[in-house]
Design a protein around this ligand. Structure first.
Ligand code: NAD
Ligand code: UDP
Ligand code: UDP
Length: 322
């Protein structure tokens, strides 16, 4: 390509899983920054509706494609987000979940290698499993059951991390690995079974709030705008910053505290009911984000209360449409 063409070319960015919850916010932010975005999705959990007006944007292209199949396109950056994220969805077809993480990573890394693109992997706090170290730093190797119901997701994501680091060492592919902790916000699938969507929908519908176990297990919830900001900072960080790097909100809440906050903010009078704890449900989870603070100059800005105040109207609108 001549230097003149290169000078005037905008960054072409591939987002796999771009029609999903996090991917749709990421596509929007990238378009707002003036980039060209190719969104690739098989619509297993994502939907065109999440992309709204982007579908008519001249710099945006949507392609129905499954990342377990090779993909030949020309791009400068790849955000690899394709993978169902909620336990209900990823356990629906566990073999396909592992294939999506592993074959998907191989294909996207092969693509990155061929076109010399920088590639970011959406990994997960699930690589830490049910952690015995708290809070979790990137040096912790995790406590993961390799043969349980969550393993297709956890081990698939762990293997994808291995592939990223081997393509980096063996083929000098420019990689970035983000370990994302629980994230929530508009465009979450209202029936994906995740705790924030479940509790808000139950509260709005006046149905019982289902606490699994005693509700004393903890999670740390990050608002999606903060997370997308972090993903973009990581992608554009210096080449020697490969990660893995924890991205999430370090404020830790018990699931019961979350339920009570949702009740307060929705004004709902739903009762709390207790249900059995799913197998291998992590007891506690909170990211140590020291690395993200120093290397990306990033930390979350949106509190759980503020984030829920922004997310609840989205779930209300889903109910009105629905
Ligand atoms: P999501 O289910 O809303 O989005 C995933 C998207 O990937 C969907 O649009 C789905 O249709 C698509 N997809 C699934 N399999 C595919 C395949 N084989 N080929 C092409 N597209 C496929 O989930 P999300 O919450 O937006 O998660 C996005 C990414 O972030 C996932 O990789 C997930 O593992 C990771 N992550 C999310 C969280 C969270 O709390 N939301 C936490 C940790 C990691
Ligand atoms: N691949 C792809 N798009 C490309 C280049 C490669 O989907 O632009 C796929 C390719 O089909 C292969 C995988 O990525 O299945 C890994 O590619 P790599 O070149 O690393 O390995 P090889 O082709 O030598 O097995
Ligand atoms: N959870 C709950 N009630 C629900 C859904 C989830 O108590 O209706 C609990 C679940 O057992 C887990 C926590 O909330 O301890 C977070 O669950 P989620 O599925 O959102 O994410 P993950 O377990 O992957 O962190």
């Amino acid at each position: 390509m001549s230097s003149t063409v290169r000078e005037f070319r905008r960054t072409r960015i591939l987002v796999t899983g771009g029609a999903g919850f996090i991917g749709s916010h990421l596509c929007r932010r990238l378009i707002d920054q003036g980039h060209e975005v190719l969104c690739v999705d098989n619509f297993f959990t994502g939907a065109r509706d999440n992309l709204g007006d982007l579908l008519n944007h001249p710099s945006f292209e949507l392609m129905r494609h499954d990342v377990t199949v090779p993909l030949f396109v020309e791009v400068d950056q790849i955000y690899n987000l394709a993978c169902p994220a909620s336990p209900v969805h990823y356990q629906f077809d566990p073999v396909q979940t592992t294939k999506t993480s592993v074959h998907g990573a191989i294909n996207m890394l092969g693509l990155a290698k061929r076109v010399k693109a920088r590639i970011l992997q959406a990994s997960t706090s699930e690589v830490y499993g049910d952690p015995v170290e708290h809070p979790q730093t990137e040096e912790y190797w995790g406590n993961v059951n390799p043969i349980g119901f969550r393993s297709c997701y956890d081990e698939g994501k762990r293997c994808a991390e291995t592939l990223f680091f081997d393509y980096w060492r063996q083929h000098q592919v420019s990689i970035k690995v983000a370990r994302i902790f629980n994230t929530y916000g508009p465009n979450m699938h209202p029936s994906d079974g995740r705790v924030v969507s479940n509790f808000v929908m139950q509260a709005l519908l006046g149905r019982p709030i289902t606490l699994f176990g005693d509700g004393q297990q903890t999670r740390s919830f990050c608002y999606v705008d903060d997370l997308v900001d972090a993903l973009m900072r990581l992608m554009n960080s210096p080449g020697d910053v490969t990660g893995p790097i924890n991205l999430g909100n370090p404020s830790e809440f018990t699931i019961r505290e979350l339920a009570e906050l949702v009740l307060e903010l929705t004004g709902s009078r739903s009762e709390l009911v207790f249900k059995p704890l799913p197998q291998d449900d992590p007891r506690q989870r909170r990211p140590d984000i020291s690395k993200a603070k120093t290397m990306l100059d990033w930390e979350p800005r949106v509190s759980l209360r503020q984030g829920l105040e922004r997310a609840i109207p989205y779930f209300e609108s889903v109910l009105k449409l629905g």
